[in-house]
Design a protein around this ligand. Structure first.
Ligand code: FAD
Length: 389
């Protein structure tokens, strides 16, 4: 894509594309190890939650035609490549065994879990429904066994989801700061959309050879030919990176149950110590009292985006949609709600993060980091293709 890599990512980010590429190169290895650790690889998801926005009387979409249109000759393809299989979960990667979670047999709990104290209702600072993680019907899913990749999900259903997501960006207030907030909201959802497009192009099924691998043509069609979409992935990277930077001093206070996970703590430190506060300046968005109403609007609209994920019919897409919208919601909470100078207040907000918000936050960062790595690989493939053309 034609973009100046030494220009600033823009919208409150005092950092260039090249600088983000360099940071990403440094942290990629440790971040990958981190999200493969036992603590970070399980996410909790309520698969049975009803879509709250439109009547889903058809229930799960059993008619393939309504959910899929990205490959034209599905009928000619074998059973194991059908979208119901590609978009489903890997065998034995889903567990409803609540006891395993409660007793922290394999999912280590943070020891001083002063957070998640029920019944203490303060002002709403949530950008997603954190109660979902406590729901009886929620199951644990192993993220590493269900990578985000091409699933064949498409057609009217996925378009409906995307247009509902973009419709949330219709702020009606007429106040200063609105355009900055609107711009940030748009960049967040477009960056999520572009990141998903990058993953499905990077880990794509070639139905002629049966092999999975990068599909340059598809990447160009979905993302590469649109410099603004690429830039929005970098913008999202900056937002999540700043949230991680901001909570780092308060994470060291949390103890993990066993020595094994002390390793996790040092991995977190080695990732976050490469981040820089100038990567994103959240203070430019909601900086005065006038904008606090706008912030409420922003919060409730973003919460809707996370709820729209319950309308996604492809399980694997829904899983990653939920992980990433929760990761952004957590970042926004950290950036916009931890605005006190009081160290104790900051520590309390971080202590109240649930384990699954933390898991979503780091996995979302990993998804963006992987997208940026893939964009750089696609760029090399593109340049090579010009040389051989
Ligand atoms: P879509 O991607 O559906 O886009 C619709 C329209 O939005 C486009 O025509 C374009 O005008 C506009 N648009 C596209 N990208 C952007 C952007 N970045 N910014 C602004 N506007 C844009 N498929 C998979 O194979 N694997 C997955 O893991 C997966 N996860 C998904 C998760 C969610 C939550 C959703 C809603 C869909 C997911 N999908 C996934 C489906 C995928 O996102 C596409 O919807 C599908 O591949 C069909 O693509 P499309 O080219 O028809 O356009």
């Amino acid at each position: 894509c034609k973009m100046d890599k030494d220009s600033l990512v823009g919208s409150s980010c005092d950092v260039t594309f090249t600088e983000i590429n360099d940071i990403n190169h440094k942290i990629r290895h440790d971040l990958l190890s981190l999200v493969h650790s036992d603590f970070f690889k399980y996410f909790k998801l309520n698969l049975y939650k009803q879509c709250p926005f439109w009547s889903d009387s058809n229930g799960y979409c059993v008619n393939r035609a309504c959910a899929v249109d990205v490959i034209e000759d599905w009928d000619q393809l074998p059973e194991y490549w059908q979208p119901e299989i590609l978009g489903g979960f890997a065998n034995e990667s889903v567990s409803a065994d609540k006891a395993r979670d409660d007793e922290c047999a394999f999912l280590d709990q943070l020891c001083d879990k002063s957070f998640a104290q029920k019944g203490q209702k303060g002002p709403d600072i949530e950008y997603c429904d954190v109660e979902d993680f406590d729901h009886d019907e929620s199951v644990l899913v192993d993220l590493t066994a269900n990578p985000e990749r091409f699933t064949g999900y498409g057609g009217e259903q996925s378009s409906q989801i995307w247009s509902s997501v973009y419709r949330e960006n219709c702020f009606s207030m007429n106040e200063t700061g609105q355009s900055l907030a609107k711009d940030a909201f748009y960049r967040l959802v477009s960056g999520l959309h572009a990141s998903i497009g990058t993953h499905l192009s990077n880990d794509h099924l070639n139905t002629e050879t049966g092999k999975w691998g990068p599909n340059l043509e598809l990447f160009m069609l979905r993302v590469g030919n649109f410099p603004d979409r690429v830039a929005n992935i970098y913008f999202n990277y900056a937002v999540v990176a700043k949230a991680l930077w901001k909570i780092q001093p308060y994470l060291s206070h949390l103890g993990f149950c066993n020595a094994y996970h002390e390793d996790v703590k040092s991995m977190i430190t080695s990732v976050v110590s490469n981040l820089d506060s100038k990567i994103f300046n959240e203070d430019l968005l909601f900086h005065d009292d006038i904008s606090s109403k706008l912030k409420d609007d922003f919060r409730s609209r973003f919460k809707n985006v996370t709820k729209i994920m319950d309308c996604v019919h492809c399980d694997r897409c829904r899983l990653w949609g939920k992980v990433q919208t929760t990761g952004y919601a957590t970042s926004l909470k950290i950036l916009f709600e931890i605005d006190s100078d009081d160290e104790d207040v900051k520590q309390t907000i971080v202590d109240k993060l649930t384990k699954y918000e933390l898991i979503a936050l780091f996995n979302t960062f990993d998804r963006l980091s992987k997208s940026i790595e893939s964009i750089n690989n696609f760029e090399k493939m593109y340049n090579d293709s010009l040389l051989t053309a």
